[in-house]
Ligand binder design. Structure first.
Ligand code: PGA
Length: 236
């Protein structure tokens, strides 16, 4: 799965060296970034003109905090490849005005002409970014409250202490994600099987945020078999 997504990115950057990528954090993309590092080391991908926007960041954590998503990206990708730091974009979790910071982020995405390829993971509850299941969702980048299960699944970044996980985060909205020209959602492990099925075959509902991807014309799901057994559609 990780290799397939890495090759998808490599193909895009070969065709469009100044591509704009939307990038996720979490356990799922760890091997994706390992593949991208190897492809870079082998001279198969050049990031020098690529622009990146990360999906989300904890609110109230400095970007150099070891548990920040920025630190995760530095560790897994940024410090190993030739991305130009001026073209790396991140939400600033320390901005005193989250509204202003979210507007700045949307404007920065618009200024570079939008995201070419947004890579996503999916939560077991169907969240994408920090867009958690809810009766209504905010479309644009916004300050989000984390669900207890999401705080639990991030505890590994905080030495296993759930209480240390921030209660809020800044996140692209589902509208931000749907404005990307192409979306790739990756999922592995049987824990994700129900969310994957609901994403593809369930009703479009804010109670399963990933199901909103059904409204997009250019979405690919790149799945490990274990995440796909409940799908009626056959995998390629
Ligand atoms: P995971 O998280 O990759 O750590 O499973 C995915 C997500 O919650 O978006």
């Amino acid at each position: 799965m990780a290799r397939a997504v890495a090759l998808r990115i490599t193909k895009l950057v070969a065709a469009k060296p100044a591509a704009v990528l939307g990038l996720p954090t979490g356990r799922t993309p760890v091997r994706l970034y390992a593949h991208l590092r190897s492809l870079f080391a082998a001279g198969k991908i050049d990031f020098s003109r690529v622009t990146t926007f990360n999906l989300d960041e904890f609110y109230g954590l400095p970007s150099d905090h070891p548990a920040s998503y920025r630190s995760f990206m530095e560790e897994h990708l940024f410090k190993h490849v030739n991305l130009n730091w001026r073209r790396i974009h991140f939400l600033n979790g320390m901005d005193s005005s989250p509204e202003r910071e979210c507007r700045r982020y949307e404007a920065a995405i618009a200024r570079v002409g939008g995201i070419d390829l947004q890579i996503l993971g999916i939560g077991t509850n169907g969240h994408i970014g920090f867009n958690e299941p809810a009766p209504a969702l905010q479309s644009d980048t916004h300050l989000a409250r984390l669900k207890p299960e999401t705080r639990r699944s991030n505890a590994m970044l905080f030495d296993g202490r759930v209480s240390a996980v921030p209660r809020e985060a800044l996140s692209m909205g589902v509208g931000t994600i749907l404005r990307a020209r192409a979306v790739v959602l990756m999922a592995n492990g049987s824990r994700k099987a129900d969310a994957v099925k609901a994403t593809v075959e369930g009703p479009v509902t804010t109670r399963m945020p990933a199901s909103l991807l059904q409204l997009h014309r250019n979405v690919e799901l790149i799945l490990e078999k274990a995440a796909a057994p409940k799908l009626h559609a056959r995998m390629r």
